[in-house]
Design a protein around this ligand. Sequence first.
Ligand code: BG6
Length: 299
Amino acid sequence: MIETLNRDHGLPGRLHFETGPGDLVCVVLEHPASRCRVALHGGQVLSWVPAGGEEVLFLSQTSHLDGVRSIRGGVPICWPWFGNRPDAPDSPQHGFARTSSFRVGEAFENAAGVGIELEFDGANPTREDWPHPFSLRVRVSVGAELEIALETRNTGDRPFTIGAALHTYFRVGDAERLALRGLAGGEYLDKVRDFARDTQHEEPVIRGEVDRVYLDTEASCQLEDAVLGRRIDIAKAGSRTTVLWNPGPEQAAAMADFDDEGYREMVCVEAVNAFDDQRIVAPGGRHTLSTRLSVSPLG
Ligand code: BG6
């Protein structure tokens, strides 16, 4: 399979396929400015390393990597709903894209870098909880930045409503010592306090479990990491919701696929469509949710 993928889609020195962690089939994008690995399982970015720098993304050491269950780390794609579906309680949290296999689409090179498009479609949907024909494409490109764009197309003849997230797990030196910027002044729903609505007066800090849905925000966020000496800029488009998540010690210990101490080394800042920011996609229509990451030394 790897050989065939390399023959049909490889770009020598720029893009190749290999088996990655857990023997998952992955595409590796290589650019002088950075290197990225994406699993076909879930269309999920697993690693992004700027040249001369360190890994930007957190991947749990105890993650399932069996090509069936979701991968704990990198950038999971939550789709076509975010969180639980109250109308279908047996449906999987965060949808089914992250546990589905994506097909390899177009490999491309442009002035900004090198990229790959992965596709997942439901031309003959069999799911009762999602009986809609669709095409989902994720375009991942790397150069000086990592860009991930998730495009939903409605290939049926009725509108549907989607929720989604690019659920990015950032690797950090010490979550409690992180300076987060971009969320102060906004309103949020606090999932730790039964979705209580609150105002974020100052920038949030990570202490214990944090699970907040920031509403009506298109702002970029910054993670200033004094321990790793770097700043990560997180821009997004097609989203007015940002989720900030760290499971804290108790939740981390309760999850089989999360290292007990891993909560110290990660934080999720997610570009989301959820709640009032779910999107209606008309027949023949599209919606694109995207995020763009860049890293610079902390001056
Ligand atoms: C976050 C949610 O986006 O994802 C949290 O806000 C959730 O409530 C977290 O716990 C992880 O979800 P999962 O399904 O990957 O364990």
